[in-house]
Design a protein around this ligand. Structure first.
Ligand code: NDP
Ligand code: MG
Length: 401
Protein backbone atom coordinates (compact mmCIF):
# COMPACT_ATOMS: atom_id res chain seq x y z
CA UNK A 1 0.00 0.00 0.00
CA UNK A 2 1.50 3.38 -0.99
CA UNK A 3 2.11 6.10 1.62
CA UNK A 4 -0.49 8.87 1.56
CA UNK A 5 -0.63 12.29 3.13
CA UNK A 6 -2.36 12.37 6.56
CA UNK A 7 -4.87 14.90 5.31
CA UNK A 8 -5.91 13.06 2.16
CA UNK A 9 -9.37 11.48 2.42
CA UNK A 10 -9.17 7.80 3.27
CA UNK A 11 -10.11 5.64 0.29
CA UNK A 12 -12.78 3.10 1.07
CA UNK A 13 -14.96 0.58 -0.77
CA UNK A 14 -18.25 -0.73 0.56
CA UNK A 15 -19.30 -4.12 -0.73
CA UNK A 16 -22.88 -5.02 0.07
CA UNK A 17 -23.64 -1.29 0.40
CA UNK A 18 -27.37 -1.81 -0.22
CA UNK A 19 -27.69 -4.20 2.73
CA UNK A 20 -28.12 -3.55 6.41
CA UNK A 21 -24.35 -3.42 7.12
CA UNK A 22 -23.70 -1.38 3.98
CA UNK A 23 -26.35 1.25 4.78
CA UNK A 24 -25.05 1.54 8.33
CA UNK A 25 -21.52 1.93 6.96
CA UNK A 26 -22.56 4.85 4.76
CA UNK A 27 -24.34 6.38 7.73
CA UNK A 28 -21.21 6.09 9.90
CA UNK A 29 -19.12 7.65 7.13
CA UNK A 30 -21.52 10.58 6.89
CA UNK A 31 -21.19 11.11 10.68
CA UNK A 32 -17.40 10.93 10.53
CA UNK A 33 -16.87 13.68 8.00
CA UNK A 34 -18.43 12.32 4.80
CA UNK A 35 -16.68 13.25 1.58
CA UNK A 36 -14.13 15.46 3.33
CA UNK A 37 -12.80 12.53 5.28
CA UNK A 38 -13.52 9.57 3.00
CA UNK A 39 -13.25 8.94 -0.71
CA UNK A 40 -15.67 6.13 -1.54
CA UNK A 41 -14.26 4.24 -4.48
CA UNK A 42 -16.68 1.37 -5.04
CA UNK A 43 -20.12 0.39 -3.81
CA UNK A 44 -21.83 -2.91 -4.60
CA UNK A 45 -25.22 -4.56 -4.37
CA UNK A 46 -27.26 -7.13 -6.19
CA UNK A 47 -31.02 -6.72 -6.68
CA UNK A 48 -31.54 -3.22 -5.32
CA UNK A 49 -30.02 -1.25 -8.21
CA UNK A 50 -32.08 1.90 -7.53
CA UNK A 51 -30.67 2.23 -4.04
CA UNK A 52 -27.18 1.32 -5.30
CA UNK A 53 -27.27 4.13 -7.87
CA UNK A 54 -28.62 6.59 -5.30
CA UNK A 55 -25.88 5.66 -2.84
CA UNK A 56 -23.17 5.94 -5.48
CA UNK A 57 -24.34 9.45 -6.37
CA UNK A 58 -24.72 10.56 -2.77
CA UNK A 59 -21.25 9.43 -1.70
CA UNK A 60 -19.55 10.27 -5.01
CA UNK A 61 -18.34 6.72 -5.75
CA UNK A 62 -16.22 6.03 -8.81
CA UNK A 63 -17.92 2.74 -9.62
CA UNK A 64 -21.11 0.90 -8.67
CA UNK A 65 -21.34 -2.84 -9.27
CA UNK A 66 -24.35 -5.12 -9.16
CA UNK A 67 -23.62 -8.82 -8.77
CA UNK A 68 -26.60 -9.56 -11.02
CA UNK A 69 -25.66 -9.29 -14.71
CA UNK A 70 -29.30 -8.99 -15.73
CA UNK A 71 -29.53 -5.71 -13.77
CA UNK A 72 -26.70 -4.01 -15.66
CA UNK A 73 -29.08 -2.04 -17.91
CA UNK A 74 -31.09 -0.75 -14.92
CA UNK A 75 -27.95 0.32 -13.10
CA UNK A 76 -26.42 2.00 -16.15
CA UNK A 77 -29.66 3.88 -16.77
CA UNK A 78 -29.95 4.97 -13.14
CA UNK A 79 -26.36 6.30 -13.24
CA UNK A 80 -26.56 7.95 -16.66
CA UNK A 81 -25.12 11.45 -16.70
CA UNK A 82 -23.50 11.03 -13.27
CA UNK A 83 -20.05 10.08 -14.59
CA UNK A 84 -20.10 7.05 -12.28
CA UNK A 85 -19.03 3.79 -13.85
CA UNK A 86 -21.61 0.97 -13.86
CA UNK A 87 -20.60 -2.70 -13.88
CA UNK A 88 -22.24 -6.07 -13.32
CA UNK A 89 -21.45 -9.70 -12.61
CA UNK A 90 -19.07 -11.68 -10.45
CA UNK A 91 -15.92 -10.83 -12.44
CA UNK A 92 -16.77 -7.12 -12.29
CA UNK A 93 -17.23 -7.40 -8.55
CA UNK A 94 -13.75 -8.88 -8.18
CA UNK A 95 -12.22 -6.32 -10.51
CA UNK A 96 -13.74 -3.49 -8.46
CA UNK A 97 -12.59 -5.13 -5.20
CA UNK A 98 -9.03 -5.16 -6.56
CA UNK A 99 -8.97 -1.38 -6.96
CA UNK A 100 -6.64 -0.01 -4.33
CA UNK A 101 -8.30 1.32 -1.17
CA UNK A 102 -7.24 1.80 2.44
CA UNK A 103 -10.36 0.17 3.93
CA UNK A 104 -12.80 -2.35 2.54
CA UNK A 105 -16.17 -3.19 4.07
CA UNK A 106 -16.95 -6.88 3.45
CA UNK A 107 -20.74 -6.58 3.80
CA UNK A 108 -21.94 -9.01 1.12
CA UNK A 109 -24.08 -11.78 2.59
CA UNK A 110 -23.06 -15.43 2.27
CA UNK A 111 -20.39 -17.29 0.35
CA UNK A 112 -20.72 -14.77 -2.50
CA UNK A 113 -18.67 -12.42 -0.33
CA UNK A 114 -15.58 -14.62 -0.30
CA UNK A 115 -14.06 -13.92 -3.74
CA UNK A 116 -14.31 -10.08 -3.65
CA UNK A 117 -13.05 -9.97 -0.05
CA UNK A 118 -10.08 -12.17 -0.91
CA UNK A 119 -9.33 -9.88 -3.84
CA UNK A 120 -9.34 -6.78 -1.61
CA UNK A 121 -7.28 -8.55 1.08
CA UNK A 122 -4.67 -9.55 -1.48
CA UNK A 123 -4.32 -5.90 -2.51
CA UNK A 124 -3.52 -4.82 1.04
CA UNK A 125 -6.72 -3.10 2.15
CA UNK A 126 -7.71 -3.18 5.81
CA UNK A 127 -10.65 -5.56 5.80
CA UNK A 128 -13.67 -4.66 7.93
CA UNK A 129 -15.19 -8.11 8.10
CA UNK A 130 -18.94 -8.34 8.55
CA UNK A 131 -19.29 -11.35 6.23
CA UNK A 132 -18.66 -14.46 8.35
CA UNK A 133 -18.45 -16.96 5.55
CA UNK A 134 -14.91 -15.87 4.60
CA UNK A 135 -13.50 -17.24 7.84
CA UNK A 136 -16.00 -20.06 8.34
CA UNK A 137 -15.30 -21.53 4.90
CA UNK A 138 -11.75 -20.50 4.19
CA UNK A 139 -10.21 -19.84 7.66
CA UNK A 140 -6.46 -20.11 7.33
CA UNK A 141 -6.43 -19.43 3.58
CA UNK A 142 -8.20 -16.14 4.20
CA UNK A 143 -5.69 -15.22 6.93
CA UNK A 144 -2.85 -16.03 4.53
CA UNK A 145 -4.29 -13.67 1.92
CA UNK A 146 -4.56 -10.88 4.50
CA UNK A 147 -0.96 -11.47 5.55
CA UNK A 148 0.33 -11.46 1.99
CA UNK A 149 -1.53 -8.20 1.27
CA UNK A 150 -0.31 -6.56 4.48
CA UNK A 151 -3.64 -5.05 5.59
CA UNK A 152 -5.39 -5.51 8.93
CA UNK A 153 -8.34 -7.75 9.66
CA UNK A 154 -10.91 -5.85 11.74
CA UNK A 155 -13.96 -7.84 12.80
CA UNK A 156 -17.33 -6.12 12.47
CA UNK A 157 -19.57 -8.96 13.60
CA UNK A 158 -20.60 -7.46 16.97
CA UNK A 159 -19.37 -10.40 19.08
CA UNK A 160 -15.99 -10.57 17.39
CA UNK A 161 -15.68 -6.84 17.42
CA UNK A 162 -16.36 -6.93 21.17
CA UNK A 163 -13.71 -9.61 21.65
CA UNK A 164 -11.23 -7.59 19.55
CA UNK A 165 -11.80 -4.68 21.93
CA UNK A 166 -10.93 -6.71 25.06
CA UNK A 167 -8.51 -9.31 23.68
CA UNK A 168 -5.07 -8.33 24.96
CA UNK A 169 -2.70 -9.76 22.39
CA UNK A 170 0.31 -9.05 24.62
CA UNK A 171 -1.23 -11.44 27.19
CA UNK A 172 -2.28 -14.05 24.67
CA UNK A 173 -0.84 -16.92 26.72
CA UNK A 174 -3.09 -16.02 29.65
CA UNK A 175 -6.31 -15.99 27.63
CA UNK A 176 -8.31 -19.07 28.59
CA UNK A 177 -11.59 -18.68 26.79
CA UNK A 178 -13.85 -16.63 24.62
CA UNK A 179 -17.47 -16.33 25.66
CA UNK A 180 -19.79 -15.46 22.79
CA UNK A 181 -23.11 -14.01 23.86
CA UNK A 182 -26.27 -14.92 21.97
CA UNK A 183 -29.67 -13.30 22.28
CA UNK A 184 -31.25 -16.72 21.75
CA UNK A 185 -33.42 -15.22 19.02
CA UNK A 186 -37.22 -15.02 18.92
CA UNK A 187 -37.73 -18.74 19.68
CA UNK A 188 -35.60 -18.91 22.81
CA UNK A 189 -38.50 -20.17 24.92
CA UNK A 190 -40.45 -22.24 22.37
CA UNK A 191 -40.64 -26.02 22.63
CA UNK A 192 -39.74 -28.30 19.71
CA UNK A 193 -43.35 -28.66 18.50
CA UNK A 194 -43.78 -24.90 18.44
CA UNK A 195 -40.43 -24.45 16.70
CA UNK A 196 -41.40 -26.97 14.01
CA UNK A 197 -44.36 -24.76 13.09
CA UNK A 198 -42.72 -21.32 12.79
CA UNK A 199 -42.83 -19.41 9.48
CA UNK A 200 -39.95 -17.53 7.77
CA UNK A 201 -41.58 -14.21 8.72
CA UNK A 202 -41.64 -15.16 12.39
CA UNK A 203 -38.02 -16.31 12.20
CA UNK A 204 -36.89 -13.08 10.51
CA UNK A 205 -38.18 -10.86 13.34
CA UNK A 206 -35.13 -10.51 15.61
CA UNK A 207 -35.92 -9.23 19.11
CA UNK A 208 -32.91 -6.87 19.52
CA UNK A 209 -30.96 -6.31 16.32
CA UNK A 210 -32.17 -4.91 13.01
CA UNK A 211 -30.36 -6.96 10.34
CA UNK A 212 -30.76 -8.59 6.92
CA UNK A 213 -33.34 -11.39 6.54
CA UNK A 214 -30.86 -14.27 6.24
CA UNK A 215 -28.80 -13.43 9.32
CA UNK A 216 -32.00 -12.80 11.28
CA UNK A 217 -33.29 -16.29 10.46
CA UNK A 218 -29.84 -17.72 11.20
CA UNK A 219 -30.08 -16.02 14.59
CA UNK A 220 -33.42 -17.71 15.25
CA UNK A 221 -31.95 -21.16 14.47
CA UNK A 222 -28.67 -20.23 16.17
CA UNK A 223 -26.84 -21.13 12.97
CA UNK A 224 -25.60 -17.57 13.19
CA UNK A 225 -23.95 -18.40 16.52
CA UNK A 226 -22.66 -21.64 15.02
CA UNK A 227 -20.92 -19.67 12.26
CA UNK A 228 -19.66 -17.20 14.86
CA UNK A 229 -18.07 -19.98 16.93
CA UNK A 230 -16.05 -21.09 13.90
CA UNK A 231 -15.34 -17.47 12.99
CA UNK A 232 -14.02 -16.79 16.52
CA UNK A 233 -11.79 -19.85 16.46
CA UNK A 234 -10.10 -18.65 13.26
CA UNK A 235 -10.01 -14.97 14.13
CA UNK A 236 -8.41 -15.36 17.53
CA UNK A 237 -6.55 -18.63 16.94
CA UNK A 238 -8.35 -20.50 19.72
CA UNK A 239 -8.95 -24.21 20.23
CA UNK A 240 -12.58 -25.38 19.83
CA UNK A 241 -12.85 -26.08 23.59
CA UNK A 242 -11.93 -22.44 24.32
CA UNK A 243 -15.09 -21.11 22.64
CA UNK A 244 -18.20 -20.93 24.81
CA UNK A 245 -21.70 -19.64 24.10
CA UNK A 246 -24.04 -18.09 26.65
CA UNK A 247 -27.59 -16.90 26.08
CA UNK A 248 -27.96 -13.27 27.08
CA UNK A 249 -31.38 -12.05 25.90
CA UNK A 250 -30.75 -8.30 26.32
CA UNK A 251 -27.79 -8.22 23.85
CA UNK A 252 -26.00 -5.61 25.97
CA UNK A 253 -22.81 -7.58 26.63
CA UNK A 254 -21.58 -8.25 23.12
CA UNK A 255 -19.03 -10.91 24.15
CA UNK A 256 -16.28 -11.59 26.68
CA UNK A 257 -12.74 -12.83 27.10
CA UNK A 258 -11.71 -14.89 30.15
CA UNK A 259 -8.15 -14.65 31.50
CA UNK A 260 -6.05 -17.01 33.64
CA UNK A 261 -6.41 -14.85 36.78
CA UNK A 262 -10.18 -15.37 36.71
CA UNK A 263 -10.89 -11.92 35.22
CA UNK A 264 -13.47 -11.67 32.49
CA UNK A 265 -13.36 -8.60 30.24
CA UNK A 266 -16.50 -7.65 28.35
CA UNK A 267 -17.58 -5.01 25.87
CA UNK A 268 -21.04 -3.53 26.40
CA UNK A 269 -23.24 -1.18 24.43
CA UNK A 270 -26.69 -0.71 22.98
CA UNK A 271 -27.27 -3.14 20.11
CA UNK A 272 -26.31 -0.91 17.19
CA UNK A 273 -23.98 -2.17 14.45
CA UNK A 274 -22.65 1.34 13.89
CA UNK A 275 -20.44 0.97 17.00
CA UNK A 276 -18.59 -1.99 15.48
CA UNK A 277 -18.48 -0.40 12.02
CA UNK A 278 -17.16 2.90 13.43
CA UNK A 279 -14.57 1.02 15.53
CA UNK A 280 -13.26 -0.77 12.45
CA UNK A 281 -13.21 2.44 10.41
CA UNK A 282 -11.41 4.62 12.97
CA UNK A 283 -9.21 1.92 14.54
CA UNK A 284 -7.09 2.36 16.65
CA UNK A 285 -8.81 5.66 17.50
CA UNK A 286 -12.30 5.91 19.00
CA UNK A 287 -14.75 7.74 16.76
CA UNK A 288 -17.53 9.98 18.02
CA UNK A 289 -20.88 8.44 17.08
CA UNK A 290 -24.55 9.22 17.80
CA UNK A 291 -25.22 5.82 19.37
CA UNK A 292 -27.79 5.64 22.15
CA UNK A 293 -25.82 5.46 25.42
CA UNK A 294 -26.43 2.63 27.88
CA UNK A 295 -28.61 3.64 30.80
CA UNK A 296 -27.79 1.08 33.49
CA UNK A 297 -30.51 2.20 35.89
CA UNK A 298 -33.10 1.65 33.17
CA UNK A 299 -31.56 -1.66 32.18
CA UNK A 300 -31.82 -2.85 35.79
CA UNK A 301 -30.83 -6.44 35.00
CA UNK A 302 -28.87 -8.65 32.66
CA UNK A 303 -29.89 -12.30 32.26
CA UNK A 304 -27.87 -15.34 31.27
CA UNK A 305 -28.80 -18.89 30.43
CA UNK A 306 -27.02 -21.97 29.07
CA UNK A 307 -27.97 -22.75 25.45
CA UNK A 308 -30.17 -25.81 24.93
CA UNK A 309 -28.42 -27.81 22.22
CA UNK A 310 -31.32 -30.25 21.88
CA UNK A 311 -33.47 -27.40 20.55
CA UNK A 312 -30.58 -25.67 18.80
CA UNK A 313 -28.50 -28.50 17.27
CA UNK A 314 -26.63 -25.95 15.13
CA UNK A 315 -24.25 -25.30 18.05
CA UNK A 316 -23.26 -28.97 18.27
CA UNK A 317 -22.74 -29.04 14.51
CA UNK A 318 -20.38 -26.07 14.77
CA UNK A 319 -18.38 -27.79 17.49
CA UNK A 320 -18.17 -30.88 15.32
CA UNK A 321 -16.93 -28.83 12.35
CA UNK A 322 -14.35 -27.01 14.50
CA UNK A 323 -12.97 -30.25 15.87
CA UNK A 324 -12.94 -32.02 12.50
CA UNK A 325 -11.19 -29.14 10.68
CA UNK A 326 -10.33 -29.55 6.99
CA UNK A 327 -13.18 -28.32 4.82
CA UNK A 328 -15.88 -28.94 7.45
CA UNK A 329 -16.63 -25.23 7.85
CA UNK A 330 -17.20 -24.83 4.11
CA UNK A 331 -19.43 -27.93 4.09
CA UNK A 332 -21.48 -26.79 7.08
CA UNK A 333 -21.91 -23.33 5.58
CA UNK A 334 -22.75 -24.49 2.03
CA UNK A 335 -25.39 -26.90 3.32
CA UNK A 336 -26.74 -24.25 5.71
CA UNK A 337 -27.13 -21.66 2.91
CA UNK A 338 -29.17 -24.12 0.81
CA UNK A 339 -31.29 -25.17 3.80
CA UNK A 340 -31.89 -21.52 4.70
CA UNK A 341 -33.03 -20.67 1.14
CA UNK A 342 -35.31 -23.73 1.21
CA UNK A 343 -36.83 -22.59 4.50
CA UNK A 344 -37.33 -19.05 3.15
CA UNK A 345 -39.02 -20.60 0.07
CA UNK A 346 -41.18 -22.71 2.41
CA UNK A 347 -39.88 -25.98 0.99
CA UNK A 348 -38.76 -27.23 4.40
CA UNK A 349 -39.65 -26.49 8.01
CA UNK A 350 -37.55 -24.59 10.53
CA UNK A 351 -36.12 -27.63 12.32
CA UNK A 352 -35.31 -29.38 9.08
CA UNK A 353 -32.55 -26.90 8.36
CA UNK A 354 -30.31 -28.50 11.00
CA UNK A 355 -31.31 -32.02 9.85
CA UNK A 356 -30.15 -31.23 6.33
CA UNK A 357 -26.85 -29.73 7.48
CA UNK A 358 -26.19 -32.71 9.76
CA UNK A 359 -26.97 -35.15 6.97
CA UNK A 360 -24.60 -33.41 4.58
CA UNK A 361 -21.86 -33.33 7.22
CA UNK A 362 -22.39 -37.06 7.92
CA UNK A 363 -22.03 -37.90 4.23
CA UNK A 364 -19.10 -35.64 3.37
CA UNK A 365 -16.97 -35.85 6.52
CA UNK A 366 -14.16 -33.27 6.57
CA UNK A 367 -14.11 -33.09 2.77
CA UNK A 368 -10.31 -33.30 2.80
CA UNK A 369 -7.72 -30.64 3.57
CA UNK A 370 -8.33 -26.93 2.91
CA UNK A 371 -5.27 -26.68 0.66
CA UNK A 372 -6.58 -24.03 -1.74
CA UNK A 373 -9.47 -21.69 -2.38
CA UNK A 374 -10.48 -23.98 -5.27
CA UNK A 375 -10.80 -26.82 -2.75
CA UNK A 376 -13.04 -24.59 -0.62
CA UNK A 377 -15.31 -23.80 -3.57
CA UNK A 378 -15.45 -27.47 -4.50
CA UNK A 379 -16.46 -28.47 -0.96
CA UNK A 380 -19.05 -25.69 -0.96
CA UNK A 381 -20.45 -26.89 -4.33
CA UNK A 382 -20.59 -30.53 -3.23
CA UNK A 383 -22.33 -29.62 0.03
CA UNK A 384 -24.88 -27.48 -1.82
CA UNK A 385 -25.60 -30.20 -4.34
CA UNK A 386 -26.19 -32.77 -1.65
CA UNK A 387 -28.29 -30.36 0.42
CA UNK A 388 -30.44 -29.59 -2.64
CA UNK A 389 -31.01 -33.31 -3.19
CA UNK A 390 -32.04 -33.70 0.43
CA UNK A 391 -34.44 -30.75 0.14
CA UNK A 392 -35.94 -32.22 -3.03
CA UNK A 393 -36.28 -35.68 -1.47
CA UNK A 394 -37.86 -34.63 1.78
CA UNK A 395 -41.32 -36.16 2.23
CA UNK A 396 -44.02 -33.90 0.85
CA UNK A 397 -45.43 -32.69 4.13
CA UNK A 398 -47.61 -29.55 4.27
CA UNK A 399 -45.81 -26.64 5.87
CA UNK A 400 -47.22 -23.77 7.89
CA UNK A 401 -48.62 -20.60 6.29
P1 NDP B 1 -28.37 -7.91 3.81
O1 NDP B 1 -29.15 -9.04 3.28
O2 NDP B 1 -29.07 -6.78 4.45
O3 NDP B 1 -27.43 -7.32 2.66
C1 NDP B 1 -26.65 -8.16 1.85
C2 NDP B 1 -25.88 -7.38 0.83
O4 NDP B 1 -25.24 -8.30 -0.07
C3 NDP B 1 -26.75 -6.50 -0.04
O5 NDP B 1 -26.00 -5.41 -0.49
C4 NDP B 1 -27.10 -7.43 -1.21
O6 NDP B 1 -27.50 -6.72 -2.37
C5 NDP B 1 -25.77 -8.11 -1.40
N1 NDP B 1 -25.89 -9.43 -2.00
C6 NDP B 1 -26.84 -10.36 -1.80
N2 NDP B 1 -26.57 -11.48 -2.50
C7 NDP B 1 -25.43 -11.24 -3.19
C8 NDP B 1 -24.65 -11.99 -4.11
N3 NDP B 1 -24.99 -13.24 -4.49
N4 NDP B 1 -23.52 -11.42 -4.63
C9 NDP B 1 -23.16 -10.18 -4.27
N5 NDP B 1 -23.88 -9.41 -3.42
C10 NDP B 1 -24.98 -9.94 -2.88
O7 NDP B 1 -27.30 -8.55 4.80
P2 NDP B 1 -26.62 -7.89 6.08
O8 NDP B 1 -26.17 -6.52 5.77
O9 NDP B 1 -27.48 -8.13 7.26
O10 NDP B 1 -25.36 -8.84 6.28
C11 NDP B 1 -24.22 -8.76 5.47
C12 NDP B 1 -23.15 -9.69 6.03
O11 NDP B 1 -22.77 -9.21 7.31
C13 NDP B 1 -23.66 -11.13 6.26
O12 NDP B 1 -22.63 -12.04 6.00
C14 NDP B 1 -24.03 -11.15 7.73
O13 NDP B 1 -23.91 -12.43 8.28
C15 NDP B 1 -22.98 -10.20 8.31
N6 NDP B 1 -23.41 -9.52 9.53
C16 NDP B 1 -24.50 -8.69 9.51
C17 NDP B 1 -24.92 -8.08 10.68
C18 NDP B 1 -26.07 -7.12 10.67
O14 NDP B 1 -26.33 -6.47 11.67
N7 NDP B 1 -26.79 -6.96 9.60
C19 NDP B 1 -24.25 -8.32 11.95
C20 NDP B 1 -23.10 -9.16 11.85
C21 NDP B 1 -22.70 -9.74 10.67
P3 NDP B 1 -29.07 -6.33 -2.66
O15 NDP B 1 -29.69 -6.03 -1.33
O16 NDP B 1 -28.95 -5.14 -3.56
O17 NDP B 1 -29.67 -7.51 -3.32
MG1 MG C 1 -22.98 -11.41 15.42
Amino acid sequence: MTERAETAPRRVSIFGSTGSIGRNTLDVISHLGGRDAYKVLAVSGKGNTDLLARQAKECGAEIAVTADETRYGDLKQALSGSGIEAAAGKAALIEAAEREVDWFMAGIVGMAGLAPTLAAAGRGADIALANKECLVSAGELFHREIESGGGRLLPVDSEHNAIHQVFDNSQRHSIERIILTASGGPFRSLNLDEMAAVSPDMAAAHPNWSMGVKISIDSASMFNKALEMIEAMHLFDMRPDQIEVIIHPQSVIHSMVGYSDGSVLAQLGTPDMRTAIGYSLAYPKRPSLPIERLDFARLARLDFDAPDESRFPSLGLARRAMEAGGLSGAILNGAKEVALEAFIDRQIGFLEMADIVENVMDKLGTGGEAISIEAVYEADDTARLLARELVANRSARPLVN
